[in-house]
Design a binder for this molecule. Structure first.
Ligand SMILES: Cc1cc2nc3c(=O)[nH]c(=O)nc-3n(C[C@H](O)[C@H](O)[C@H](O)COP(=O)(O)O)c2cc1C
Length: 310
């Protein structure tokens, strides 16, 4: 049988590089710190793990309820509950250093200075292989408008983080914007090594008996299969607009879904909500991709990246 190569490089222009054994990444907020499910499957089979959002100080998160089901998806408003960067560096990174799978730290902040400070603290930490910047956060100093909603503010965050670290830098775009391609170009020009998309779409549900919003925080982020066509279309648009690798996700439940993203132009894929339904989903996606590649006689998964564009 021909040798099959599933390796992908998601930061080819960064000297520190981020080579993954395969394109299957678990998405931030849906796989904890990677240490919670050791019995379910061998985490070293994953391409990479993105840990939950990390902020400078620990955060308790939003009031309950934080989750609501929707047709073909879910709403969440966790509110970035996490242990804070110092605890991550002290308690989690030393474990990650011993694993065979790269761990990327997802960072979130309320000011550009805090994003840069997070990157500075993580820069030389053994066990941290890259940074993914969640720019779907409100800028507290500027009227609480999301950093990711305009190309200018997204570029300012990217530039500040870029100057604070040489680690591979992934900027995670929000779909809650008027032009996803302008946003992507702005962050690529400002020094992003890769772009991941999409984060959740803003949404809301009302409890009609109580006549009140269901979520404690009123609104939340919509994820799961309901958002997949939006995500595939944005990956298709962005991968045609930038030269850096695109990491695609949004509603991937199985290998067929992942293939749609890869054919739309994603070099790698992120599995999020599926982990909450079926914790073995990432492994099943990987095995499905392998089976597809062998059945199609591919030598390298890169042969089909963006093939739907040509
Ligand atoms: C419960 C939950 C928590 C999440 N937490 C984060 C987070 O901390 N940081 C982040 O960038 N994205 C977070 N996300 C977004 C996911 O990483 C992913 O981008 C999004 O859900 C779309 O993919 P999916 O439909 O496969 O879930 C979260 C999603 C869910 C469902």
């Amino acid at each position: 049988m021909a040798e099959l190569n599933l390796n992908v490089d998601i930061a080819p222009y960064n000297a520190r590089q981020l080579r993954l054994a395969n394109p299957v990444i678990v998405a931030s907020g849906t796989f904890g710190y990677g240490d919670e499910y050791p019995h379910l499957f061998d985490r070293n089979r994953l391409g990479a793990i993105v840990c939950k959002a990390t902020t400078l100080k620990p955060r308790e998160g939003n009031p309950q309820p934080r989750i609501a089901e929707t047709p073909n998806g879910m709403l969440n408003s966790i509110g970035l509950q996490n242990m804070g960067v110092e605890a991550v560096i002290r308690e989690k990174a030393p474990q990650w250093y011993t694993w065979g799978v790269p761990v990327i730290v997802n960072i979130a902040a309320e000011s550009i200075e805090d994003y840069a400070e997070l990157a500075r603290r993580l820069d030389k930490v053994p066990g941290v292989s890259g940074i993914e910047v969640n720019i779907s956060c409100p800028n507290v100093k500027c009227g609480c408008i999301e950093f990711g909603s305009s190309p200018e503010s997204a570029a300012r965050v990217t530039d500040a983080v870029r100057n604070a670290t040489t680690l591979p830098l992934i900027i995670k775009l929000t779909p809650n914007t008027s032009s996803i391609t302008e946003l992507a170009r702005a962050v690529a020009d400002a020094g992003a090594d890769a772009i991941s998309l999409i984060n959740t779409l803003r949404g809301m549900r009302i409890d009609i008996k109580k006549r009140r919003p269901i979520l404690g925080n009123h609104t939340g982020g919509l994820s799961g299969p309901a958002i997949k066509p939006v995500a595939v279309s944005m990956v298709y648009q962005v991968s045609g607009a930038v030269n850096v690798p695109v990491i695609g996700g949004g509603g991937i439940m199985n290998a067929e879904d992942a293939l749609e993203f890869i054919m739309a132009g994603a070099t790698a894929v992120q599995i999020g909500t599926a982990n909450l339904v079926n914790p073995r989903a990432p492994l099943e996606v990987l095995e499905g991709l392998e089976a597809y590649a062998r059945a199609e006689g591919l030598k390298n998964i890169r042969e089909i990246v963006g093939i739907a564009r040509s």
